[in-house]
Every structure is written in structure tokens, then in C-alpha cells.
Design a protein around this ligand. Structure first.
Ligand SMILES: Nc1nc2c(ncn2[C@@H]2O[C@H](COP(=O)(O)OP(=O)(O)OP(=O)(O)O)[C@@H](O)[C@H]2O)c(=O)[nH]1
Ligand SMILES: [Mg+2]
Length: 502
């Protein structure tokens, strides 16, 4: 098949939500449906070393939370699906934000006992700005949940999106009878118990209400992210998953065009191969200790061994060692098409946000979001004899974006910055676990980081309350003790521009 035909079968989406709503559990169920894994229930690790679920990292299995997004792929019903399971915790939201730039649609998971939680709202707003389709999955139907009418109402009022229920729960928790398929008008039973007629009647009443007062089904509004198809189910019980997946595949878009920095629309069907790196991950395979740059293909076809140019520095790179992630194993691949996420072995060439392209015409995709860190720690190796692994670990974890690195102006001191405390914990755990380097933190607390134009930076600006540092690209940054110190500085140097990231 020609790649222009093939790309129509691609569906690339991220799963987002507040922590613990069940993203990873749902991911696992979807992989299971696609035959990519043989069993479910590995989400919480249970001491297994399998890479079966998307929480493959040691710290994720130990703590039962996702700390980084993972990319997984499976085939289903003639489609190839790329899922990006994202971490819910806000400390990792920089990673989640970037991942959202690499997808064509989003599945928002909501715990039906809890409703719309703060982090879901925040992520929703980011997605909503991009105008891409959003699907809602009300999860944990096997538990006593809130009234479905309430949940849908809250979804619409808090998020400001119209909802279109595709199915409707009949009971929940102990008295869960099933879900009623509103498109095909039939009940999908949960388990094989006798149906409780009164619960069923109650659901039918709600359904009548919905059909009288609810929104119209409108494909175009769904495509623009103005109307969200709503599903109910239980990821843990594996209930409502098929129904979700089948309908999702009917409604979700194939890969879309992306506008580059020069306002050129790059269409997936364009012959020129282009893509961008949205994630870098070291040590995915403990046996190989290598690093992978994840590239979302935007246009053209990837072919094994092809030469590409790295936009940032015009460096030529041969793409000869490229994989995809089919849950239980990585596979070396020879070709891939727009929508696909490919893993390129990286020996240190790539940075997050890099564009690569084949051929002569330079393409550069917009920068990916970077956060301004707020918490800082001075970091030193516990064992001074292990400088080498300490430096290697810092370099690689910083390249991944686990934490941000700052060096003192003269370069002998390392300070790492983060948006949230958990990032430091992941950093320290991984330094130990993956690089065999125990680190000592000396907290220096909250700071306000502002970048400067290199021509304006001057060592004389530095003091204990306004620390002049360099970031990992040697760009000048000042870490201000507090707002007062920043104001004082701005008064003293009115011509110096202070630049804030997201
Ligand atoms: N009862 C019930 N529990 C569920 C369901 N889905 C997930 N869980 C549980 O909820 C907890 C969190 O599930 P995860 O899938 O790890 O949640 P997550 O959204 O990936 O969490 P983070 O990645 O840390 O944000 C686990 O204990 C799951 O077993 C469900 O349908 N019913
Ligand atoms: Mg998770």
C-alpha cells in the first residue's frame, strides 16, 4: 500500500486525566483488545518485570503511578493505533503537555465517583486550545459512582464543552447491570445476573430525558473538539472497552496537517518526510541502557536507512536504527507513515522539540512547551569517586526533561530545578537505579527563574539573592530569591529583558 493510503488507517491519541482515574489501566485494556498483550492486571506491577503495561519504569511499578508518558502501539480492526499514556500528576505535566502536541485526538478519563478533578480541567484547557477531538470515558463504573446525569452536567459546565453520550450506565457498583448502547439501542449486560428491572427502568427514564433535551450528534462538532462523545465503563473490569474502541475508531481523525514556523502547512500526504522529537527516554531497556528519541512523523514516509537533516543545527543523520513499541516488545522497523511514533536510537544528537526532515526544503515545527521551574536543589554526588556516572546520569536525565539543569556562572556547581517535588524524587531514584549514583540534595528552596539575552548578562549582576546561572544550553538565567529581589533588579537594570517560560 502506498503511504498516502496507509496513513488513513492511523489513529494517534493521548490518554489524559487527573492522577489515578485509570489511564494506565485503560491503556492496558486497549492493548489487550488489540492482542498486543496476553493478560491484563499488570498495572500495579505485582513484582513482575514485564514491560507489558505502560508503567514499565521501576519507580512507576514501585509507587503505582505514572511518572512519564509512554508510547504503545497496536493493530485493531484494520487500523494501527498509537496510544500515548500520560502521567496525571501535575509535577509531570510538562511531559504531558509536550505529548499532547504529538497526537490527533485525546481520550479524557474521569473517575465517575469523583467527577471532573482539577488536573483534568487544566489538561482539558490545553487540549481545547488545539481544537482536536476529545473523547470522554467515565471510568470505574464497577464502583458506586455519582449519578450519570450529574456527571455529564458537570462535564459540560466545568469544561464548557458539549457532551454526547454514546452509552448510558444502568446502575453502578454492586448493582451495575450494564451499559445501554445509545447508538444501537440495546443493553450490554455486565455479568450474567438476572436483570434488575427497576434499575433498568430508571436508566431508561434518564435516557428519554437525554434524548429530549440532549445535544444532537454532530460529526463536525466532534472533529473540532466542540462536542465530546461520552462513554461509560470500567477499565479494571474490562467492561465497555470494546464499545468504546469501536466507536472511537469510527469517529477519531487520521493524521492531520501541522503548521511549521514559517506558516507552511505540512500535510501528511506531502512526499517530503518530516517529523519532530517530543520525548527522549533513556534506559527503557535495562539490558541495553540506550536512549530513544520519540519522533512523531508529520509527513512523508520513513524508510530504513534514510538520511535526514536536524533542523536546529543542519546536522545530517542516517536513520538506521529505528523501533516501534508493540507493548511486549520493541520491533525494528523498515518503514512508517505519518501519525506513527517511531523511536530513533539517540547517541546524543537530539533535543526535545527538534525537527528532522528529508530532502532539501528546510522545515521547522513550532517549539514545544517548556515550563519555568520553581523549586531548586543544589546537587552533588555522594561518592566523589563516581563523578563519571554522576555526570552521565545528570546529562541524560536532563536531556529527557526529568528536571532542568543550571550551572553556576563559572561552572563548578550544579543546581537542578523542577516544577514539583516529585520530579526530584524521580531524578534521585533514577540516578541511583539507572546510573548507580547516589546524589545529595541541598535544598535552596523556591526561586523565580528568568532568562536573559546573552548580550545583557553580566557577572556583576550576581548576588546571593539574584544568582546568575547558565542553563544546560549555556543561556544566562537569574534565579531570584523572591518577587522583591526581582523587582529590585528590574528597577536597577530597566533595560534588561527578563524572559519567562510557560
Ligand atoms: N474499581 C476500579 N478501579 C480502577 C478502575 N480503573 C483503574 N482502577 C484503579 O485505579 C488505580 C489507578 O489506576 P491507574 O490506571 O494507574 O491510573 P492512572 O490514571 O494511570 O494514574 P496516573 O498515571 O498515576 O495518573 C489503580 O489502583 C487501578 O486498579 C476501574 O474501572 N474500577
Ligand atoms: Mg498511569
Amino acid at each position: 500500500m502506498n503511504f498516502k493510503e496507509e496513513l488513513k488507517n492511523r489513529r494517534t491519541f493521548a490518554i489524559i486525566s487527573h492522577p489515578d482515574a485509570g489511564k494506565t489501566t485503560l491503556t492496558e485494556q486497549l492493548l489487550f483488545r488489540g492482542g498486543a498483550i496476553r493478560e491484563t492486571g499488570t498495572v500495579k506491577g505485582r513484582g513482575s518485570n514485564k514491560m507489558a503495561s505502560s508503567d514499565w519504569m521501576a519507580i512507576e511499578q514501585q509507587r503505582g503511578i505514572s511518572v512519564t508518558s509512554s508510547v504503545l502501539q497496536f493493530d485493531y480492526d484494520g487500523k494501527r493505533i498509537n496510544i500515548l499514556d500520560t502521567p496525571g500528576h501535575e509535577d509531570f505535566s510538562e511531559d504531558t503537555y509536550r505529548t499532547l502536541m504529538a497526537v490527533d485526538s485525546v481520550v479524557m478519563v474521569v473517575d465517575s465517583a469523583k467527577g471532573i478533578e482539577p488536573q483534568t480541567k487544566k489538561l482539558f484547557e490545553i487540549v481545547s486550545q488545539r481544537g482536536i477531538p476529545i473523547f470522554t470515558f467515565f471510568n470505574k463504573l464497577d464502583r458506586d459512582g455519582r449519578s450519570p446525569l450529574d456527571l455529564v452536567d458537570e462535564l459540560e459546565s466545568i469544561l464548557g464543552i458539549q457532551a454526547y453520550p454514546m452509552n448510558w450506565p444502568v446502575g453502578s457498583g454492586q448493582i451495575l447491570q450494564g451499559i445501554y448502547d445509545l447508538r444501537e439501542n440495546h443493553l450490554i449486560k455486565f455479568g450474567d445476573k438476572q436483570l434488575d428491572q427497576s434499575i433498568y427502568d430508571e436508566a431508561l427514564e434518564e435516557i428519554t430525558l437525554l434524548q429530549d433535551a440532549g445535544n444532537e450528534f454532530d460529526k463536525e462538532a466532534i472533529a473540532k473538539g466542540k462536542l465530546t462523545p461520552v462513554f461509560f465503563g470500567s477499565a479494571l473490569a474490562g467492561f465497555g472497552i470494546d464499545q468504546f474502541l469501536d466507536n472511537y475508531l469510527k469517529l477519531a481523525p487520521s493524521p492531520k496537517a501541522i503548521t511549521d514556523k514559517n506558516d507552511q502547512e505540512i500535510l501528511p500526504e506531502d512526499d517530503q518526510f518530516t517529523g519532530f522529537v517530543f520525548k527522549i527516554q533513556a534506559n527503557m531497556d535495562p539490558k541495553h541502557r540506550d536512549r530513544i528519541a520519540f519522533v512523531r512523523i508529520v509527513s512523508g514516509e520513513f524508510k530504513h536507512g534514510m538520511d535526514v537533516t536536524l533542523s536546529r543545527n543542519a546536522k545530517k543523520i542516517k536513520l538506521s536504527n529505528v523501533t516501534q513499541f508493540m507493548a511486549e516488545e520493541r520491533e525494528n522497523i523498515n518503514s512508517a507513515v505519518p501519525g506513527d511514533i517511531i523511536g530513533v536510537y539517540d547517541t546524543g544528537n537530539f533535543q526535545i522539540g527538534d525537527t528532522i526532515y528529508a530532502g532539501k526544503k528546510k522545515v521547522e515545527f513550532p517549539d514545544l512547551p517548556t515550563f519555568t521551574p520553581e523549586l531548586f536543589n543544589r546537587v552533588i554526588p555522594k561518592d566523589v569517586l563516581k563523578q563519571k556516572s554522576f555526570h552521565k546520569g545528570i546529562e541524560q536525565l536532563v536531556q529527557e526533561g526529568t528536571v532542568q539543569l543550571f550551572k553556576s556562572w563559572r561552572g563548578n556547581e550544579y543546581i537542578i530545578g523542577a516544577v514539583g517535588q516529585l520530579q526530584f524524587e524521580v531524578f534521585s531514584f533514577r540516578m541511583e537505579n539507572e546510573y548507580n549514583s547516589t546524589t545529595i540534595f541541598e535544598p535552596i528552596g523556591r526561586k523565580i527563574a528568568r532568562w536573559l539575552n546573552p548580550e545583557q548578562a553580566d557577572e556583576k549582576m550576581s548576588s546571593t539573592r539574584t544568582m546568575l546561572m547558565k542553563d544546560r544550553y549555556d543561556q544566562p538565567v537569574i534565579l531570584f530569591e523572591n518577587q522583591y529581589a526581582l523587582n529590585w533588579f528590574a528597577d536597577k537594570y530597566p533595560d534588561v529583558e527578563l524572559i519567562e517560560k510557560l
